[in-house]
Design a protein around this ligand. Structure first.
Ligand SMILES: NC(=O)c1ccc[n+]([C@@H]2O[C@H](COP(=O)([O-])OP(=O)(O)OC[C@H]3O[C@@H](n4cnc5c(N)ncnc54)[C@H](OP(=O)(O)O)[C@@H]3O)[C@@H](O)[C@H]2O)c1
Length: 260
């Protein structure tokens, strides 16, 4: 039986949708009213370690989807409670949705992921690390005032769509060849000027004017920090990953009213 935590979230629901047709899967959610339909569900709250121990009972494979908690210390507590519960329940193997760079970095975004990877390695459980990039979904450029604009300096991003990362997770959970591995998942590299060209509109570089998460990410992009592509996602999917330009074209086509 495959058990998936945080199964009521956007990523968890996509993973469950892939696993539903492939065999026994159980959704673990903190609120049973929010459980995905069509599969058995159990209560499991990262703030309640005992609930996790019960929720993981009988799991041959566990997908630990990272907690959305922003406070690093609390997020680490969430993840370590899940790893401890996985050991206590005797799960067969654990896959963990980590973040790129968590193997060697432990600052800011990677701090909790680094601590969790270390705890998984120390646990002795068979594992697969699924290191995610930023999700593409909120980054797909939209045409505004006839153009696409960003503060990225035209540099490339290695974001990937949740839908592809979910399918890759399902492949990992249903195959034996992924155990003992760490995957650095990156999407096909893309840039805002490239997407503008694909949509046939001009690109405008607009400097960030105020601090915030997007200007922080734009700073990383301008420094070339997101220009690494590994091929791990395509290899685990067994097909090309979806491009941001393709999604932008689809969204634009769907948003364009049909005039008879
Ligand atoms: N790489 C990226 O760009 C990126 C972006 C966003 C998030 N993330 C990370 O990836 C994870 C999955 O992303 P997502 O898009 O699926 O996030 P999401 O839609 O916000 O889902 C978060 C999930 O965590 C559950 N959760 C929250 N607190 C919990 C607790 N105390 N115990 C158990 N479950 C709890 C939520 O349950 P409820 O349904 O009950 O709220 C929900 O199922 C996030 O949690 C976050 O760690 C990564």
């Amino acid at each position: 039986m495959i058990v998936v935590t945080a199964a009521s979230g956007a990523l968890g629901r996509l993973v469950i949708a892939h696993l539903r047709s492939r065999g026994e899967v159980t959704a673990v959610v903190r609120d049973l009213a929010r459980a995905p339909e069509g599969v058995p569900a159990r209560h499991g709250d990262y703030d309640d370690p005992a609930s996790l121990r019960t929720a993981f009972d009988g799991a041959t494979r566990l997908l630990l989807i990272s907690s959305p908690e922003l406070d690093s210390a609390r997020r680490i507590r969430h993840h370590l409670a899940a790893v401890d519960a996985a050991v206590a329940a005797g799960v067969g193997a654990i896959a963990y949705t980590s973040f790129l760079g968590a193997d060697t970095g432990a600052t800011g975004l990677t701090e909790a992921h680094h601590a969790t990877e270390q705890a998984i390695l120390a646990s002795g459980l068979p594992y697969t690390m699924l290191r995610h990039p930023f999700y593409s979904d909120p980054f797909v450029p939209r045409v505004s005032d006839g153009a696409i604009s960003s503060g990225t300096g035209g540099r490339k991003l290695n974001t990937a769509f949740r839908s592809d990362l979910a399918e890759a997770a399902a492949n990992v959970l249903t195959g034996a060849e992924h155990l003992g591995r760490a995957y650095d998942f990156t999407g096909p590299l893309w840039s805002h000027p490239e997407v503008a060209r694909a949509l046939g509109v001009p690109y405008r570089e607009v400097p960030d004017t105020e601090p915030g998460p997007m200007s922080w990410i734009n700073g990383l992009v301008r420094a070339g920090a997101l220009e690494r592509h590994t091929g791990d996602l395509e290899r685990v999917l067994g097909r090309p990953a979806e491009t941001v330009a393709a999604r932008a074209l689809t969204l634009t086509a769907n948003a364009t009213p049909n005039h008879p």
